[in-house]
Design a protein around this ligand. Structure first.
Ligand SMILES: Nc1nc2c(ncn2[C@@H]2O[C@H](COP(=O)(O)OP(=O)(O)O)[C@@H](O)[C@H]2O)c(=O)[nH]1
Ligand SMILES: [Mg+2]
Length: 441
């Protein structure tokens, strides 16, 4: 997510970070470069200017130059201001006291509305809700089919009425939900390729007819500045409650995400990170800011892990990492869980410093299989205290796992590096050696 922006910022900030003595000229120069990087990422120029003004004001106010670590203090100020720009804290969906909660989803064609409807439905289902999907994009029969297929995939009902107009479908869907004890209705609507009067009128008519508790505007993050213009045009007519940024897994430059909140003044509530129904994340300004600044997303990572395996394990693991008591046994268990979490590339992207991995760093997943085999060939004493693994033991482990002694050496070295990084983390520092340390093979 935003690899390019993140890498450029990192390059600019790296110069500051290392320096003991920093002059006013260094700071001014760095901030100018940060501004240029933001504009490159398609951040709205007014937003970028205001942002830099705020950062500068705070840097002067906190007397950055007099502090012991001026470089780090600037990074901290940038982080704080970026979090603020992105909306400070997560804003969730407002549920009605009196079910069903009606959620209307609007946006341009192709922005990812229908996909988002199914993602949201699945997300709410996993939280114990009973959603009903409503196919109120009636202009293209294929749109109704698409929602029906998605509904089937996630095991949730879809209300359709072929031949009826959008307002009728939406209204009857809400009645159907009420009669059938569904506590949430998610209404998918039609979009067009561009903002146009007819689409707006239809959306307004649906809004008037069903009076949704929540209107979510879906926008493709890849469209940059355009996203912000469209978002404003929809907001002028619909006054929606939250925005959803889709296709954040693609090579979106970041401009839309960074400018949207500041320009339209509406919180971003979710982000879409893939085509599958489970590729949805709640939007957390602090996490995105730390990803952009290359500070990693440990909370997101632990949460993702948590969603995949049981919560107690995740908490225990986090504590172990923080206390640097991470053994090879944990490493093995972790590898097995990581395999369940999905593509390693995505998992690595959430780690601090990951923006310094080469853009297309290939992760050799078969290396994992070998590592697993090697750890499995160790005694439990060896797994807990790898320092006892001497030459004889290394040969035995290599034989037992069908690997070479060099492989075993490499694994132990990687484990050592990982431990060192975890120590840095537990001291509240950064994984600065991430780029080299964590690469598997
Ligand atoms: N990579 C990626 N593709 C997405 C995402 N959300 C939607 N899509 C794809 O974008 C295309 C348009 O999505 P759709 O939901 O039909 O858009 P709609 O016209 O607004 O309903 C489809 O091919 C989706 O699979 C996302 O978060 N990531
Ligand atoms: Mg659609």
């Amino acid at each position: 997510m935003f690899e390019d922006l993140s890498r450029k910022l990192d390059a600019v900030l790296k110069r500051l970070r290392g320096q003991g003595k920093i002059s006013e000229a260094n700071v001014a120069e760095t901030l100018r470069e940060v501004r240029r990087v933001l504009l490159d990422a398609d951040v709205n120029y007014k937003v970028a200017r205001q942002f830099m003004d705020d950062v500068l004001r705070r840097a002067v106010g906190q007397d950055v130059l007099q502090s012991i670590t001026p470089g780090q203090l600037i990074v901290k100020i940038l982080y704080d201001e970026l979090v603020r720009l992105l909306g400070t804290s997560h804003v969730g969906i407002t549920f009605s006291q009196l079910p069903p909660t009606v959620i209307m989803v609007a946006g341009l064609q192709g922005s990812g509305k229908t996909t988002f409807c199914s993602k949201l439905a699945l997300h709410l289902k996993s939280q114990g809700k009973f959603p009903l999907l409503a196919a109120a994009d009636v202009h293209r029969p294929a749109a109704i089919d698409q929602l029906e297929v998605l509904g089937q995939q996630i095991g949730l009902p879809v209300f359709t009425k072929r031949g009826a107009d959008a307002v009728t479908v939406a209204k009857e869907a809400v009645e159907h939900a009420r009669a059938n004890a569904r506590d949430t209705v998610i209404v998918d609507t039609a979009g067009r390729l561009h903002v146009d009067e007819e689409m707006m009128r239809e959306a307004e008519a649906i809004k008037a007819a069903i009076q949704p508790h929540e209107i979510l505007f879906v926008v493709d993050a890849m469209t940059g500045q355009d996203a912000v213009n469209t978002a404003q045009a929809f907001h002028d007519r619909l006054h929606y409650d939250g925005a959803v940024l889709t296709k954040m897994d693609g090579d979106a430059r970041g401009g839309a995400a960074i400018s949207l909140r500041a320009t339209v003044g509406v919180p971003i509530k979710f982000i879409g990170t893939g085509e599958k129904p489970d590729a949805l994340e709640r939007f957390h300004p602090d996490r995105l800011a730390s990803r952009i600044l290359g500070l990693g997303d440990i909370v997101g990572l632990v949460e993702k892990a948590q969603a995949q395996f049981d919560g107690d394990k995740a908490v225990a693991l986090e504590q172990k990492i923080r206390k640097s008591q991470f053994t090879l046994e944990d490493f093995l268990e972790q590898l097995q869980e990581v395999k369940k979490m999905g593509p390693l590339q995505q998992v690595l992207g959430m780690l601090p410093g990951a923006n310094r991995l080469p853009a297309n760093a290939e992760v050799d997943e078969s290396a994992l299989v070998r590592i697993e085999a090697m750890i499995q060939s160790m005694t439990s004493d060896e797994r807990r205290r790898p320092q006892i693994i001497n030459g004889t033991r290394r040969r035995r482990i290599a034989m037992g796992s069908g690997c070479t002694v060099q492989d075993v050496n490499k694994l132990l070295k990687q484990y050592e590096q990982m431990q060192r990084m975890m120590k840095t983390l537990s001291r509240g520092g950064r994984f600065d050696k991430m780029g080299r340390g964590m690469r598997i093979h």
